[in-house]
Design a protein around this ligand. Structure first.
Ligand code: THU
Length: 141
């Protein structure tokens, strides 16, 4: 039997799907919603926010991370990302790096048009992130 996501995952996915409706994507029309789950149980959502100066665009995942950090949550255990593609999109490289800052092993749940969920981990998507340990090694040379 094809099991659906467990309750907590269902809620996180629901938050990602809901915030996707708020996406500001006049340039691409590609709407993305993301929700991160903090270790303390709180959920924070974000959508992509595009700009006429295209390079200033903020991805949904990074918007969700910023909302979490602004609320004092720095340990993230899961992220859900919603698009309307048939095969769910994976977070971009920049977002993988930013997510890794707050939860190297976090679970990653991806959902697309059909509602079918792809579950993976950030370790798998970004096995060797750059970290502040690298910065410290540079300083101590
Ligand atoms: N986008 C995200 O929000 N997250 C990603 O991981 C990849 C791309 C957004 C940025 C832009 O607004 C649109 O998708 C098309 O690139």
């Amino acid at each position: 039997m094809n099991q659906g996501p467990a309750g907590a995952d269902e809620a996180l996915l629901g938050a990602a799907v809901a915030v996707r409706a708020k996406a500001y994507a006049p340039a691409s029309s590609f709407r993305v919603g993301a929700a991160v789950l903090a270790a303390d149980g709180r959920t924070f959502a974000g959508c992509n926010v595009e700009n006429a100066s295209y390079g200033l665009t903020i991805c949904a995942e990074r918007a969700a991370v910023c909302a979490a950090v602004a609320a004092g949550a720095r340990q993230l255990v899961a992220v859900a990302v919603a698009t309307d593609l048939d095969e769910p999109a994976r977070p971009c490289g920049a977002c993988r790096q930013v997510l890794a800052e707050f939860g190297r092993g976090m679970r990653v749940l991806l959902v697309g048009r059909s509602g079918a969920v792809v579950a993976t981990t950030l370790d798998r998507l970004l096995p060797e992130p750059f970290t502040f340990d690298d910065v410290a090694r540079g300083r101590s040379r």
